[in-house]
Design a protein around this ligand. Structure first.
Ligand SMILES: NC(=O)c1ccc[n+]([C@@H]2O[C@H](COP(=O)([O-])OP(=O)(O)OC[C@H]3O[C@@H](n4cnc5c(N)ncnc54)[C@H](OP(=O)(O)O)[C@@H]3O)[C@@H](O)[C@H]2O)c1
Length: 248
């Protein structure tokens, strides 16, 4: 359990399943205040109730959020941040975990161009919109944290998944810009770069043994540790490898 002074109000996107859900469950158990943004709040409410968590608890709120929603929509990044700030009095950390995969390669078929645009919208503009919307809150707290689910695919292109890699390289660039922008006001950014993590996304493209992959719960414990560190000790980039990757 985190000490009272280290408890934060944390917004987590992609909390319906996979890495985002594991992060949310870990941080709830650690005593943080969680604001979860998902496309289907009712389904997440039901799932969390089965796991013993309800919004009656002082530490949990669930909001509609779609990474593609326009600012004036009830499920936009802006609306979610405003609701979180109203409920908890501020936002102290952000963990954007919503993301999608595309198999589009360098020579993509004409029909795949819309898919690539959507991928960039969700994987790059989604976290950008969210960070931009939460920025005043993160600044105001004086010790804000942003843990971005990038990927090893943001550091090297290993196979032929051109579009996914491009979205994650761009996201790593955004992380660097956010680090620069936020440094003076105490915001610390970590670009978390896992290889394969045992979720539906990895199962769709990887044939390696699921137990050999990084487990979402272990990645969630890493996120919790990152949030516990003082501003002088937060790593900017963290590679989490389940397979040997020479040089990274
Ligand atoms: N798994 C890996 O091997 C791996 C490795 C490195 C990095 N990552 C990154 O880690 C993050 C989480 O991945 P994961 O493995 O947990 O994936 P996942 O199991 O496929 O879950 C994806 C999450 O993103 C949400 N999402 C998708 N589109 C959305 C949208 N338009 N608006 C709001 N939410 C949306 C999904 O919500 P719904 O339930 O509503 O679809 C779901 O909660 C992603 O950014 C991914 O790129 C994953």
């Amino acid at each position: 359990m985190a000490s009272a002074s280290s408890q934060r109000t944390v917004m987590v996107s992609g909390a319906s399943r996979g890495i985002g859900l594991a992060v949310a469950l870990n941080l709830l158990a650690e005593g943080h205040r969680l604001s979860l943004g998902v496309r289907d709040p009712a389904a997440l409410r039901h799932r969390l109730q089965q796991l013993g968590w309800s919004e009656d608890a002082a530490s949990l709120s669930i909001h509609p959020y779609d990474a593609l929603a326009a600012p004036d929509q009830p499920n936009s990044a802006e609306t979610w941040v405003a609701a979180t700030a109203e409920r908890w009095g501020g936002v102290e950390a952000l963990v954007p975990s919503a993301g999608i995969l595309s198999r589009a390669r360098v020579c993509y078929s004409p029909g795949e161009e819309a898919e690539i645009a959507r991928l960039l919208d969700v994987n790059l503009m989604g976290p950008w919109r969210l960070g931009r919307a939460a920025w005043p809150q993160l600044q105001a707290c004086g010790d804000g944290r942003l843990v971005m689910l990038v990927s090893m695919s943001g550091k090297r292109v290993k196979g032929r998944l051109a579009a996914y890699g491009v979205s994650k390289f761009a996201l790593l660039g955004l992380c660097q810009a956010m680090r620069n922008e936020g440094w003076e006001s105490g915001i610390r950014v970590t670009a978390l770069c896992p290889g394969w993590v045992n979720t539906a996304m990895a199962a769709a493209v990887s044939s390696i043994d699921k137990q050999a992959m990084t487990q979402p719960e272990d990645l969630a414990a890493t996120v919790a540790h990152l949030l516990s560190l003082p501003a002088s000790a937060v790593p900017f980039e963290l590679a989490v490898n389940c397979l040997l990757e020479s040089g990274s």
